[in-house]
Design a protein around this ligand. Structure first.
Ligand code: KIV
Length: 271
C-alpha cells in the first residue's frame, strides 16, 4: 500500500460548486482497478465503491453480507487507479448503525486503508449520531435515502419508496437533517421524480439520483448494469449503454473455439 495519500481534482467542494452553477454530476460504481481507471479517464466526477459489489461481484442476493474488509479491499483497488474523480466508499451493513464510536472506527479504517476521499452510509435521523461523529473527525459523509438496500429485510421489497405523503415528508426531513449535520451530498434511490426535484430544490448540497428522476443534481448507476454485463436486472430507471454480456460471451466462445481447434496460438503468438 502506498504511504502517500493523494488529493484528487474533484473534491466535495467542487461538487457543491457544480450544484450552485447547475452543472449535473456524473457518478458510477466501480469495484476494481481496471474499471476505475477507464471511468476516471472517461471523466466521471464521482466513483462510488458501492456495497452493490455484494450483488455484481460476489453474487449475493442482498448487500447485507458485505464486510468492512470486503469494502476496504474494493476501495483500495479503486483508489489506486483514480487520479481525478472523487472516490466514495460505502460503509457496509452493521458497521455504523448501532454505535457511533464503532461507526467512527469503521470510517477511519476505510479512509486510512483505502485512500478514498469520503464514505457513504444509508439512513436518516436514526444514524445521525454516527454521521455527526464521523464528520467530527474530518471525514466527508454522503447520505443515502429512499430505497436503502441494507434495510431490505425490514421493508421486504425493492419497490419505489416515499410514494405516500408521510414517507415523502420523512424523507425530506431526513435530507434536511443530513445537510444540517454537514453531509456533502445525498444519494436518493428509487423515489418519485417530483419528490427528487423537490428535495434537490430545497437543499444546497448535491442530490444524486438513481431512479429519482431528472430534477436532481446528478445521476448514479451500477456500472455492471449500465454496461449490460449484468443482464438479470432491468428496472425502469436503468439505461443500458452497452450489451457487454453478449460481447463478452461471444469473445469467450471464440476463444474456446480457437483453443479447441488449435488455431490459438498461431506462429506469431509464440516464442
Ligand atoms: O451500492 C451501490 O452501488 C449504491 C448505488 C446504488 C447508489 O449505493
Amino acid at each position: 500500500m502506498s504511504t502517500e495519500s493523494k488529493t484528487r481534482a474533484v473534491t466535495t467542494y467542487r461538487l457543491s460548486e457544480m450544484k450552485a452553477r447547475g452543472e449535473k454530476i456524473s457518478m458510477l460504481t466501480a469495484y476494481d482497478y481496471s474499471m476505475a481507471r477507464i471511468l476516471d479517464e472517461a471523466g466521471i466526477d464521482v466513483i462510488l465503491v458501492g456495497d452493490s459489489a455484494a450483488n455484481v461481484m460476489a453474487g449475493y442476493e442482498t448487500t447485507v453480507p458485505m464486510t468492512l474488509d470486503h469494502m476496504i479491499y474494493h476501495g483500495r483497488s479503486v483508489a489506486r487507479a483514480v487520479e481525478r474523480a472523487l472516490v466514495v466508499v460505502d460503509m457496509p451493513f452493521g458497521t455504523y448503525q448501532g454505535n457511533s464510536k464503532e461507526a467512527l472506527a469503521s470510517a477511519i479504517r476505510i479512509m486510512k486503508e483505502t485512500e478514498a476521499d469520503a464514505i457513504k452510509l444509508e439512513g436518516g435521523v436514526e444514524v445521525l449520531e454516527s454521521i455527526t461523529r464521523i464528520l467530527s473527525a474530518g471525514i466527508p459523509v454522503m447520505g443515502h435515502l429512499g430505497l436503502t438496500p441494507q434495510s431490505i429485510h425490514k421493508f421486504g421489497t425493492y419497490t419505489v419508496r416515499a410514494k405516500e405523503e408521510a414517507e415523502a415528508e420523512k424523507l425530506l426531513e431526513d435530507a434536511i437533517a443530513l445537510e444540517q449535520a454537514g453531509c456533502f451530498g445525498i444519494v436518493l434511490e428509487k423515489i418519485p421524480a417530483t419528490l427528487g426535484a423537490k428535495v434537490a430544490a430545497r437543499l444546497k448540497i448535491p442530490l444524486i439520483g438513481i431512479g429519482a428522476g431528472n430534477g436532481v443534481d446528478g445521476q448514479v448507476l451500477v456500472v455492471h448494469d449500465m454496461l449490460g454485463i449484468n443482464n438479470e436486472f432491468s428496472p425502469r430507471f436503468l439505461r443500458r449503454y452497452a450489451d457487454l454480456y453478449s460481447t463478452m460471451k461471444n469473445a469467450f466462445e471464440s476463444y474456446i473455439a480457437d483453443v479447441k481447434s488449435g488455431d490459438f496460438p498461431n506462429e506469431k503468438e509464440q516464442y
